[in-house]
Design a protein around this ligand. Structure first.
Ligand code: ADP
Ligand code: ZN
Ligand code: ZN
Length: 745
């Protein structure tokens, strides 16, 4: 472990460079350095004829290299990384076969490296009264349209706005703004802002609730673990609405009173709003938020606030697990089963839930995983006493569960003799809620208006030229769009691009279409939609959440963003429009994912005193999964699932890794996959099962072809060590990449 060295004679450091060679390199500490050096510090080192920034990972007495150069200087006299972070980083690099540089990027985001970014912003306002603005705008319109466009914004924001907001709204450069400042129509003022404050506003104060027996017993066990200062992991298996959050809040309170810090992870950025609100209503102290939707500047400020110990509670999505937090007492992973905790498209393909357990272990903190539908892996650990199991079987704010109805859509379509999106029962249900002033949630796992644009003559769907994906029609924007690379055609073609006939048809339904169909049926209905299209702008999650919560809409339509964790007390009806999409996928986890999703979405209904109802529409009415969902029978589902996993040798009885090879030529990509597979076969023991290479589910994405093969091993660490060694000397042709996804899901 890192002990600051005062004796600088003959000391060496192993560092990871920010740029250049991507492996641990040794440097000497100069004798005249007066500052004690420790692991995790940032330094500048010479590399060939350049100077490069680097991070110290080890301090040692000797180096096996003969000619070792001295470091140039320390970038800062305090370390950037804490000992538990360094341990975790090394573990991630080893376990997930990832380069240390890539791993360190997770811990030290680029926004905090080097010079601190400017914390000042410019506030732009009008120098003239609003009444004069219109005529000036009209004068400018012809000759200087971009200046007119900027002034247009001030008609809506007469008090002025931040330069960054103005640039975003107008989509222009700064030069027309400068011209307007020169003409003395606008003026700018430098102001100081703490970007972490932007998220703060007034919160209702809520007091700790009196826990029911099940909640109390869970909290007591968690407190015991905290008191015993052991890094135990708890799994709270609590039905939807059982009040898991109240336990988290009281556990946080307990830990904070001991002066320790907390990481609280949620699976969706959309959920951070609700979580922030719940925490803010209980704790007056400052809270930091970390997720990928933050701007460079916000991330910088959040990170610095945590690093400088100004904040002791961090909320966030999966990247929050890397927070530079010291003295951690508690790590919470809400909705621990959720697959968005796993990074899949970029190395390292880490699982934030597993890292939470590990970081808890390295920093002697208690980790609490919570879910109504625990992952098969976590529940297995709980049953084998690796985790402490806490079960909550009752809802906290009410004593009833929603009535879940499974609706046979095949029969529904026989009755109506045409494509039917809403069953009659669901429509009746929505009508009833409208009359009573209660709210409805409608779930559909597809955004856009029509999901397919199909040619009747040649039967080809319009697909993205860069990806093996059919394009989705978006009505409001009037374009066809690829949901993978965002390539769009505006307006969508009237003629088929393949056979040139004009028999193009629009098919399949997305959330945008659901919204307009609903309006057609109930003209008075007020709807909101939450999906990737409506939440593109910053703060839009919060806005939609607040609007719906305060009753500004009758129905919220959405994709998986609305499936998780939301607590809307007035929602008494949930409709799941296409429940079986996930069941057509041939993946051993398909049923687990489907069970989790249906249970989670259903659980949004009837959470307060009002009784709830759920309609699950399906074309596979006889599928056994539905009876588990209908009776909320997690144990039954688990038993069936675990016996299948055992029988077919799937996780947790084995470990699966996925090797994805990507490149510009299909043949070469396949050949490369083939030779990598052969290399692994040759170098691993016979108990390693290596499946044949096959094209990925989407063979082409963003102009890259993708082949993969799966490897089943009894355990990971020995295997990933072998792979890492093998690949170190394997040179990939340029433009070809390999992604190793350990514990692939
Ligand atoms: P979960 O996360 O387990 O699905 P929540 O934490 O959202 O459930 O709790 C569901 C509802 O029950 C919330 O509105 C919450 O305020 C309420 N609640 C939680 N604990 C209690 C309690 N002990 N007494 C009364 N209401 C409670
Ligand atoms: Zn055609
Ligand atoms: Zn595409």
């Amino acid at each position: 472990m890192s002990t600051p060295s005062t004796q600088l004679e003959n000391k060496y450091v192993s560092v990871v460079l920010d740029k250049g060679i991507d492996k641990l390199l040794d440097y000497k500490l100069p004798k005249d350095l007066n500052t004690p050096v420790s692991e995790g510090m940032r330094v500048v080192v010479p590399l060939r004829s350049r100077y490069v920034s680097a991070t110290i990972l080890e301090i040692k007495e000797t180096s096996k290299f003969e000619k070792v150069l001295p470091i140039i200087k320390l970038e800062k006299e305090t370390p950037f990384l804490k000992p538990d972070q360094i341990r975790l980083a090394k573990w991630i690099s080893e376990y997930y076969c990832a380069s240390l540089r890539k791993v360190l990027k997770l811990f030290i985001p680029s926004s905090v490296k080097g010079k601190a970014t400017e914390k000042h912003q410019y506030f732009i306002s009008l120098t003239l009264p609003l009444s004069k603005l219109k005529s000036i705008c009209a004068d400018l319109r012809q000759k200087h349209p971009s200046q007119a466009k900027i002034l247009d914004v001030f008609l809506k924001h007469p008090k002025g706005l931040l330069l960054s907001e103005l640039l975003q709204l107008t989509n222009t450069s700064k030069s027309p703004i400068d011209s307007l400042i020169k003409k003395q129509i606008l003026t700018q003022k430098k102001i100081h802002i703490d970007r972490t404050e932007l998220l703060d506003h007034e919160f209702f104060i809520s007091h700790a609730k009196k826990l029911n027996d099940e909640q109390k017993s869970a909290l007591d066990k968690i407190k015991q673990s905290i008191d015993s200062r052991t890094s135990q992991t708890h799994l709270i298996h609590g039905v939807t609405g059982s009040g898991k959050t109240e336990i988290y809040l009281q556990a946080i309170d307990y830990v904070r009173k001991l002066g320790k810090s907390v990481i609280f992870m949620v699976p969706e950025v959309a959920l951070t709003t609700q979580t922030i609100e719940r925490l803010k209503s209980r704790f007056t102290e400052k809270i930091a938020i970390l997720h990928h939707r933050l701007s460079h500047g916000e991330r910088h400020d959040m990170w610095q606030n945590i690093y400088q110990k100004k904040v002791s509670i961090v909320i966030g999505a999966r990247s929050a697990i890397f927070a530079p937090l010291e003295n951690i007492g508690l790590i919470i992973v809400d909705e621990e089963h959720d697959s968005s905790y796993k990074q899949t498209e970029e190395s390292p393909c880490y699982h934030a839930r597993d890292l939470a357990v590990l970081r808890g272990h390295f920093s002697n903190a208690v980790t609490v995983l919570g879910s109504a539908t625990p992952s098969i892996e976590s529940y297995t650990h709980a049953l084998s006493n690796k985790y402490v199991l806490n079960s909550l079987t009752k809802r906290a704010a009410t004593n009833h569960f929603p009535d879940i109805h499974i609706v046979d859509m095949k029969r529904e379509m026989e009755k109506t003799k045409k494509f039917t999106l809403f069953s009659q029962q669901l429509l009746n249900g929505i009508k009833k809620r409208l009359d009573k002033g209660e709210q409805t949630l409608l779930f559909l796992n597809k955004r856009g208006y029509h999901s397919v644009i199909l040619c009747k003559s040649c039967e080809k769907p319009l697909s993205c030229p860069h990806c093996d994906v059919s394009m989705t029609y978006h009505k409001k924007a009037n374009l066809a769009m690829c949901h993978y690379c965002s390539y769009s055609i505006c307006p969508p073609p009237r003629k088929c691009p393949y056979c040139h006939s004009d028999t193009v048809e629009y098919k399949g339904v997305g959330t945008e279409k659901v919204q307009s169909m609903l309006k057609a049926i109930f003209p008075e209905i007020r709807t909101l939609r939450m999906d990737a299209d409506t939440t593109r702008h910053k703060g839009s999650h919060t806005q939609i959440f607040n609007q719906f919560r305060s009753g500004k809409a009758d129905v919220l339509i959405g994709t998986q963003m609305i499936a998780k964790g939301f607590d809307f007390p007035d929602v008494t009806l949930v409709g799941i429009l296409n429940s079986d999409q996930g069941l057509y996928i041939t993946d051993f986890r398909a049923e687990e994912l489907c069970f989790q999703l249906l249970t989670q979405v259903s659980g949004r209904s009837g959470r307060s005193s009002l009784k709830g109802e759920v309609f699950i529409q399906t074309n596979l009415i006889d599928h056994p999964l539905f009876s588990f969902v209908q009776t909320s029978d997690y144990q039954g589902f688990y038993k069936k699932e675990i016996s299948l996993r055992k029988l077919f040798h799937y996780p947790p009885y084995t470990r699966i890794s996925k090797f994805i090879i990507k490149g510009p030529s299909q043949e070469k990509t396949r050949d490369l996959a083939r030779s990598l597979r052969a290399l692994i076969i040759k170098n691993t023991p016979p108990n390693t099962l290596i499946l044949p290479e096959i094209p990925d589910f989407r063979i082409k994405l963003q102009d890259e072809y993708r082949y993969y093969f799966l490897v089943k091993t009894p355990s990971i660490l020995p295997f990933s060590k072998t792979v890492k060694k093998l690949f170190e000397s394997f040179v990939l042709p340029s433009h070809y990449k390999i992604l190793i996804d350990i514990d692939s899901i």
